[in-house]
Design a protein around this ligand. Structure first.
Ligand SMILES: [Zn+2]
Length: 276
């Protein structure tokens, strides 16, 4: 299977009441675990390289790694840049094998957000690459607070930017370690009524599994970004591994047990929201 784009996998999910997991990658072990989880479930996945990942490992390396993993898998694998904050960051991804980019213009005035997203869409679509945008602002636990998505701005973004998916802020928050999100369903319904684009929820670790399932099956939310709960599984597995035998110092030996631990959690996440 070759690498896929958001426009290959999200429209059917949005229409048929399921969603695809956007899985936050920080290195080789979690990326491998996610692709193994996709293969085991037989469902598409989205591998995401966010700002932290790109700070740690150069984008050309990540592009090659993601595409190599996608080529080995028999399910669609979207190779996605998460939270690109400039045209240059998105173009770097497009030039290095990513099949999808997110431009995060959520802190910009809406006209500037739309214009910049549209400029990236033009370059991306020419290269066969999909684009996710954001309207409203999804805040961070112990950080910047959220600004809920305005349905009128979402409508204008959908009409003018030409993006393939839209991230919205409806009670979801990044980096939540407990499942305490309160989702504003009436705002979600207003956004759905005003737009026709597949919707994305960032910060899905803070949303309980059964609520994720309910949102996926009853709305046009077609992509849930999950990072924190998978990073917690990785950290706990690595700590167990490091503490298990004080004589072990080899990096590969220490890291190897994290793959199965992360894969188990990823399988659960993918199935929870995935095509029944
Ligand atoms: Zn995000």
């Amino acid at each position: 299977m070759t690498a896929a784009t958001l426009s290959d996998v999200l429209p059917a999910a949005a229409q048929d009441g399921y969603a695809i997991a956007g899985l936050v990658v920080l290195g080789w072990e979690d990326a491998l675990a996610y692709v193994q989880a996709g293969v085991e479930t037989g469902l598409p996945i989205i591998l995401q390289a966010g700002p932290g990942c790109r700070k740690h490992t150069p984008v050309p390396v990540l592009g090659k790694m993601f595409r190599h993993l996608a080529d080995q898998a028999d399910v669609p694998v979207v190779c996605h840049i998460d939270h690109g904050y400039s045209i240059d960051e998105c173009v770097e991804g497009i030039e290095h094998g990513f099949t999808s980019v997110m431009f995060d213009g959520s802190k910009l005035p809406i006209s500037q957000n739309i214009d910049t997203t549209a400029a990236i869409v033009e370059k991306a679509h020419d290269a066969g690459v999909s684009v996710e945008g954001e309207v409203g602002f999804v805040g961070y636990a112990q950080g910047a607070s959220s600004a809920a998505t305005d349905p009128g701005e979402a409508e204008r973004f959908d009409r003018e930017a030409g993006a393939d998916a839209l991230a919205v802020s409806i009670g979801n928050t990044h980096l939540q370690t407990d499942k305490s999100a309160v989702i504003d369903f009436s705002r979600l319904r207003e956004i759905e009524a005003a737009t026709s684009i597949p919707l994305v929820l960032h910060g899905a670790s803070g949303i309980p599994g059964e609520l994720r399932r309910e949102i996926a099956s009853t709305s046009r939310v077609a992509k849930f970004n999950v990072g924190t709960e998978l990073r917690m599984a990785f950290g706990q597995a690595l700590r167990r591994s490091v503490n298990a035998d004080k004589a072990v110092f080899d990096r590969v030996a220490l890291l190897s047990p994290t793959v199965d631990a992360v894969k188990t959690e990823a399988v659960r996440v993918i199935r929870e929201i995935g095509r029944p």
